[in-house]
Design a binder for this molecule. Structure first.
Ligand SMILES: Nc1ncnc2c1ncn2[C@@H]1O[C@H](COP(=O)(O)OP(=O)(O)OP(=O)(O)O)[C@@H](O)[C@H]1O
Ligand SMILES: [Mg+2]
Length: 518
């Protein structure tokens, strides 16, 4: 027998006993009063228990359509007598994949309000573990007041269970906030209060904004339920355009381009373009491509989405990732030539594969190995082109897309054409101007008698800013400026000698191969 039926039967029995007991008590004034209260309670208990009993039986044996009909009427009656109205705000609306902005704004609004009022709170630690933000926990109610109106906010969570084919059961959490207020305040709530909450929520977001560095979760780990496709940490890279060593004229052009972009919301709208810009950073390893991305994010106060293409299953997942990025962000794909088979030299591919491992440049060899490793991903070039400037790329705004590569010539021209990658920036070997920036940053030094020697050597040999920085950085408290400059001069001389020997070797090999090899 179902448990509910047993409980209702017990309730009926209990109320029956109370009823009979009140009849057998001696008749006094006091007892009459008690008896009346007892009778009323007994009758009420019996009616409720009886109704529940009947409802349980109905629920089991009556057709679903009929029950739905009854339920509708029960709700109508309830709505008629219940003096309150309710509004719910779901984290995800319907089948939308983007988190509701209203939900996020309410969450922030309530996080500041709840810390003084709620008894059960959830803590989040921010800014270098220095500040704690408290927000209301599930099923907690907090009361807000607005123009002498009381508003009740509740945080709720529904759990739905799915059983995907050939897979274990998974729980899908659906979170929402419920606002409750008296019906007579409907207009104020609708027209004024909600605007106030959303506005405040956004303002709090701006005030407490911490920039984030996101990375995409591996497609298969996202699973059936709605887990964010990105994970993040707080972004705290110290690189700025001041610390970036490069040709000052080039630097000024890039700075100007970035500033103009960030102030051109209306302009982009006017010309009918989505508000985004593509940058392609190319150059040898250690010339500052990643440092420049960090400097860009610091300059414009954007988040960074570091997209690992090899972890993306296919073009559909790539699109979903794009949708989940926020505005004011930089989407980065580093070493795009190694990420996938997106090169423009497919026809040469077979020949390239035949390259003797011995003769292949080590950096190219590494890129080749990376590509082999990433064969699991089905993202295609067209999927990536759509990601950059397809219809879906227009969702969200104020976004930079930055690709980096060590080999510009290995990329498909479709990917690098202007309009997709609007600005091509070459980061190259260290010139004297770039060295001066590093000397200022690493040693607080603006001039020195050894600068002339260094300037001469820099003109004759290729050395990356990363290598220069390695010589200039202080390695012990005793190490003085001069010894660091001398270290650099030694490195430059060694690099020059190495280059000379390589040139001699190449020339000899060319002579040995003879003219037919051309
Ligand atoms: N132009 C530069 N200005 C200042 N520091 C630089 C510059 N280039 C390199 N460095 C120094 O060298 C380190 C490595 O640089 P970075 O990672 O930016 O190079 P990269 O071009 O991204 O290299 P890769 O192609 O290998 O990814 C940085 O941490 C920084 O200290
Ligand atoms: Mg890099």
């Amino acid at each position: 027998m179902p448990l509910e039926l047993v409980i209702y039967a017990l309730l009926l029995h209990r109320s029956q006993r109370l009823f009979t007991k009140s009849f057998v008590s001696p008749v006094t004034n006091n007892n009459i009063k008690k008896k009346m209260i007892g009778d009323a309670m007994t009758n009420l208990g019996s009616v409720v228990a009886g109704l529940m009993f009947v409802w349980t039986i109905f629920n089991r044996w009556l057709p679903v359509q009929f029950l739905e009909h009854v339920e509708q009427y029960v709700h109508k009656v309830r709505d008629y007598v219940y003096p309150y109205m309710e509004i719910t705000f779901h984290e995800y609306e319907g089948d939308e994949i983007e988190r509701s902005k209203a939900y996020a704004a309410i969450e922030r609004f309530l996080s500041t309000n709840s810390s003084d009022r709620a008894n059960r709170l959830r803590a989040k630690v921010f800014k270098d573990n220095e500040s704690v933000v408290l927000s209301m926990d599930e099923n907690v109610v907090i009361i807000d007041e607005f123009q002498d109106i009381k508003i009740w906010w509740t945080s709720k969570k529904n759990i739905r269970q799915h059983q995907p084919l050939y897979s274990n059961r998974v729980d899908e959490e659906k979170r929402y906030y419920k606002l409750t207020c008296r019906k007579e305040h409907r207009d104020t709530i609708k027209n004024t209060y909600l605007q106030h909450v959303l506005h405040e929520g956004k303002a709090i977001a701006v005030r407490t904004r911490q920039r984030k560095l996101y990375t995409n979760n591996k497609s298969e780990n996202i699973g059936y339920y709605r887990r964010s496709m990105w994970s993040h940490i707080i972004f705290e890279h110290p690189s700025t355009f001041d610390t970036l060593a490069m040709d000052p004229v080039k630097k000024e052009v890039i700075l100007d381009d970035l500033r103009t972009f960030s102030e051109s919301k209306d302009y982009y709208k006017k010309v009918g373009k989505s508000w985004k810009r593509g940058y392609l950073l190319h150059g040898p390893p250690g010339t500052g491509k990643s440092s420049m991305i960090a400097a860009m994010a610091n300059l414009l106060e954007y988040d960074i989405y570091d997209l690992e293409l090899s972890s993306v299953k296919d073009n559909t997942d790539l699109r979903k990732l794009l949708i989940e990025t926020s505005s004011k962000s930089i989407i980065v794909i580093e070493d795009i030539d190694c990420s996938l088979d997106l090169t423009g030299q497919r026809k040469k591919k077979n020949e390239e594969n035949k390259d003797d491992d011995e003769t292949m440049d080590p950096i190219r060899k590494k890129a080749q190995e990376e590509k082999e490793k990433n064969k699991g991903s089905e993202v295609t070039l067209s999927g990536l082109l759509n990601f950059v400037d397809g219809l879906w790329s227009a969702c969200g705004s104020e976004r930079l897309i930055v690709f980096t590569t060590n080999f510009l010539d290995k990329l498909d021209v479709a990917l690098t054409r202007r309009g997709r990658m609007d600005m091509h920036i070459e980061l190259s070997y260290c010139c004297f101007e770039a060295f001066k920036v590093l000397a200022k940053n690493y040693m607080d030094l603006e001039s020195h008698e050894l600068f002339e020697t260094i300037s001469g050597l820099l003109k004759e040999t290729n050395i990356t800013p990363a290598d220069v920085a390695e010589d200039l950085i202080r390695k012990s408290a005793k190490q003085d400026v001069e010894s660091r400059l001398k270290n650099l001069i030694n490195s430059l001389k060694k690099a020059k000698e190495k280059a000379r020997l390589k040139a001699v070797k190449d020339a000899r090999m060319k002579d040995e191969a003879g003219p037919s090899s051309c």
